[in-house]
Design a protein around this ligand. Structure first.
Ligand code: FES
Length: 215
């Protein structure tokens, strides 16, 4: 694990409140791992790692001062990475169903496993995505009901989006990327604990991607 500085390369707006932030630095990480980025208030924010146009990248949804700083003001960030576990999908054709907040992970998995990607966004997308996308709940729910034939599914988005997808996809091979508040990212503070069928798990050290059948 590294604890070092990263510098911002580009910021690309995806929709009304979510942005891709790319970095100048290259470093090793596995699909599914995340990074903790420190903000001026010294709180650290977790972001799942991915790629965009050949660069290491994260997607940042503006939720407050910290995320606003990362997107609009900061140029150099202290960061801990990579954290969490590698996601290894089962064999066969898969699909990542993602909100814009996980688009860089979706892109990385598409590059590595040639899986399909569906981006569900609540607001208009500002540029031409290389993936299929649907805007708004109605079109998203219609589309999800047509996705029956994949060998595996990874869902990554808001709790509401994940619950909707999980209740409409029957497959055994469904995986969910959980987003919980994280204080430390390394298993020390217990702030990311979730109750599962296998007992208490910590999203930072046991996840962040879990099989649906243990949740
Ligand atoms: S974020 Fe501290 S234990 Fe998971």
């Amino acid at each position: 694990m590294e604890n070092t500085y990263l510098t911002k390369k580009d910021v690309i707006q995806i929709n009304e409140d979510t942005f891709i932030v790319t970095f100048n630095e290259k470093f090793k990480f596995d699909e599914g791992q995340f990074i903790m980025i420190q903000t001026p208030s010294l709180t650290r924010k977790p972001f799942i790692l991915g790629t965009w146009k050949g660069n290491i990248a994260v997607s940042v949804q503006i939720k407050g001062k910290g995320t606003n700083y990362i997107v609009f003001q900061g140029e150099k960030f202290k960061a801990h990475f990579p954290l969490g576990n590698k996601f290894i999908p089962p064999a066969g054709k898969g699909i990542v169903i993602s909100s814009p907040t996980c688009i860089t992970l979706a892109n990385l998995l598409h590059e590595k496993y040639s899986c399909d990607v569906l981006i569900g966004s609540k607001s208009k997308i500002n540029f031409e995505l290389p993936f299929e996308s649907v805007i708004g709940n109605e079109d998203f729910s219609k589309k999800i009901k047509t996705l029956k034939t994949y060998d595996w599914y990874l869902v990554s988005g808001s709790k509401q989006m994940e619950e909707f997808v999980l209740s409409n996809i029957e497959s055994k091979n469904v995986f969910v990327s959980l987003e919980e508040y994280m204080g430390c990212g390394i298993g020390a503070c217990k702030s990311c604990a979730v109750f599962t069928k296998e007992g208490v798990k910590h999203v930072c050290t046991d996840g962040p991607i879990f099989r649906r059948d243990i949740l």
